[in-house]
Design a protein around this ligand. Structure first.
Ligand SMILES: Cc1cc2nc3c(=O)[nH]c(=O)nc-3n(C[C@H](O)[C@H](O)[C@H](O)COP(=O)(O)OP(=O)(O)OC[C@H]3O[C@@H](n4cnc5c(N)ncnc54)[C@H](O)[C@@H]3O)c2cc1C
Length: 396
C-alpha cells in the first residue's frame, strides 16, 4: 500500500489520514470547500470514546488545547426539577466541548504538521477502478490516483452513491436543531457542566464556556425547512419552551448568535466498500445529533480503518475486517440516537467505554478493550426516564 486518497476534510478525513501516516502509509486529503462544511458555527462534544480514539494516535492534546472539559450532565424536567446527574472525568481523558470550526482547524493543522497533504477546492464527482488502484475525478476537472479511496465526505456522501447508486438517502428525523451563544447573562451552569432539560414540548441543553458565555442547543419537533431569519429562529426555539419553568426561553432570547438546521440520519448503508473504495464517518452511518456521538464514531472509524490497512495483507481483507469491527456498533448507535431524539428511551453511556489500543493488532483483537468514564448519581430515584434507565442498568 503506497497511497490512499481521502475524500472529505471534516473530522473523519484528517483523522484517518493522520492515523495512516502514523502507520507509515501516505494519505492525501481532498476537501470540497476552501474552509470546511456548512454548519461550521455549531459546537459539539467529543465523548470519552472519541477522546480515546484521538489518544490512540496522539491527537488528544491538540484537541484539548482547543476545547474545554465537559465535567458532567444534570438532567432536569420541564418544571426545573433535577432528575439525574452524571459526573465525568475532567482530565484529558474526559469529554471535550468545542466549536466545530476549531476542531476542523486543530485536526487539519496537526495532520499537516505530521506531513499529510490537504488539497482544498477538490469536490469528488467520480471514481473508477484502474486495475491495481483507483482514479478520482474532481469537479474542477483534475484527477488523482491511489491504491484505495476513503470516502469521508459526510452525510450527503458522493462516495456512498458511487459505491451504490441505490444507497438510501439521509432520512429527516423530524427535529429542527437550533444552536446559539449567549453573553451578557449570569453563568447558567457550573463551568463546563451540561444542563439538559426535557421540556414539555422540546429538549434543551446548555453549558458555560470558560469566558462565561452560555453555549446552548435546542431540539424542536418540526417540518424540514431551510429558510427563515435569525429573529424567526429565536421565536421558534424560545416558543417551544414558553410553557416550561426553566431558563431555556430566556437564554435563547438573550442570544446574539443563533443558527438553525435539520437533523438527519442514515440508519444503514448496505455497501460500505468494494475492495478499492470504502466509507468512514457520516458517509457510512450518520446518527441524529441527539446522542452526541457522530463525531466520536467518525474518530473511531478513522483510527480503526487505518489499523486494518496496517494489519491486513491487502485492501479488500482490510475493508472486510473494518466493516466487521464497525458495522454493529455504529448501527446500534444510530438506532439509540433516534430513540433519544424521539422519547429519550435510551442512554448513551454504554458507548463511552470503547478503547482502542494502537499497538495492538486488529487481526487478533488485542486492539480493543474497555475504559472507565465516570459515574452517575441518582438525584431523584424513581423519577424520570434517566432514573428508569439507571434502574435498568442496575445502578439504582
Ligand atoms: C447540528 C449538529 C450537531 C452535532 N453535534 C454533535 C455532537 O455534539 N457530538 C458529536 O459527536 N457529533 C455531533 N454531530 C455529528 C457530527 O458533526 C458528525 O457525525 C461528524 O461531523 C461526522 O464527521 P465526518 O468527517 O464523517 O463528516 P463531516 O464532518 O460532515 O465532514 C465531511 C467533509 O467532506 C466534505 N465533502 C463533502 N462532499 C465532498 C465531495 N464530494 N468531495 C470532497 N469533499 C466533500 C465536506 O465539505 C466536509 O468537510 C452533530 C451534527 C449536527 C448536524
Amino acid at each position: 500500500m503506497t497511497k490512499v486518497l481521502i475524500i472529505g476534510g471534516g473530522i473523519a478525513g484528517p483523522v484517518t489520514a493522520t492515523a495512516l501516516r502514523e502507520a507509515g502509509i501516505e494519505a492525501v486529503v481532498h476537501e470540497a470547500y476552501a474552509v470546511g462544511a456548512d454548519d461550521i458555527g455549531a459546537f459539539l462534544t467529543i465523548m470519552h470514546n472519541g477522546v480515546d480514539a484521538l489518544r490512540a494516535i496522539g491527537l488528544d492534546q491538540v484537541v484539548a488545547d482547543n476545547s474545554f472539559a465537559a465535567d458532567g450532565l444534570n438532567l432536569y424536567d420541564g418544571t426545573g426539577a433535577l432528575v439525574a446527574e452524571t459526573r465525568w472525568h475532567t482530565d484529558i481523558t474526559g469529554p471535550r466541548t468545542l466549536r466545530r470550526s476549531d476542531l476542523y482547524r486543530a485536526l487539519h493543522d496537526e495532520a499537516a504538521r505530521r506531513g499529510v497533504e490537504i488539497r482544498h477546492g477538490k469536490r469528488l464527482v467520480h471514481a473508477e477502478h484502474t486495475g491495481d488502484g483507483v482514479r478520482a475525478t474532481f469537479a474542477d476537472g483534475t484527477r488523482a490516483e491511489g491504491d484505495v479511496l476513503v470516502g469521508a465526505d459526510g452525510l450527503h456522501s458522493t462516495t456512498r452513491r458511487l459505491l451504490d447508486p441505490a444507497a438510501p438517502e439521509p432520512r429527516y428525523t423530524g427535529l429542527n436543531i437550533f444552536y446559539g451563544y449567549t453573553e451578557g447573562i449570569a453563568p447558567t451552569t457550573e463551568p463546563g457542566r451540561y444542563h439538559m432539560i426535557t421540556g414539555g414540548r422540546a429538549f434543551f441543553g446548555h453549558t458555560t464556556a470558560p469566558d462565561g458565555r452560555t453555549w446552548w442547543f435546542a431540539r424542536v419537533a418540526g417540518d424540514e425547512s431551510h429558510g427563515g431569519t435569525p429573529a424567526e429562529w429565536v421565536e421558534q426555539a424560545a416558543g417551544a419552551f414558553a410553557d416550561d419553568d426553566t431558563p431555556a426561553a430566556r437564554i435563547v432570547r438573550a442570544s446574539g448568535e443563533v443558527r438553525r438546521g435539520n437533523a438527519y440520519d442514515v440508519p444503514s448503508t448496505p455497501v460500505w466498500h468494494d475492495g478499492r473504495l470504502v466509507l468512514v464517518g457520516d458517509a457510512a452511518h450518520a446518527a441524529s445529533p441527539a446522542a452526541g456521538q457522530g463525531a466520536s464514531m467518525a474518530l473511531e472509524d478513522g483510527v480503526v480503518l487505518a489499523m486494518c490497512l496496517r494489519d491486513c495483507s491487502e485492501p479488500r481483507a482490510a475493508f472486510e475486517h473494518y466493516e466487521r469491527l464497525r458495522r454493529v456498533r455504529v448501527e446500534a448507535l444510530v438506532s439509540m440516537s433516534a430513540r433519544v431524539g424521539a422519547d429519550r428511551s435510551a442512554d448513551s453511556e454504554s458507548f463511552y467505554r470503547h478503547h482502542i489500543e494502537w499497538n495492538g493488532s486488529v487481526v487478533n483483537d488485542s486492539a480493543f478493550g474497555h475504559s472507565a468514564f465516570g459515574h452517575s448519581v441518582p438525584a431523584r430515584p424513581g423519577s424520570g426516564q434517566a432514573a428508569e434507565d439507571q434502574v435498568r442498568k442496575g445502578q439504582l
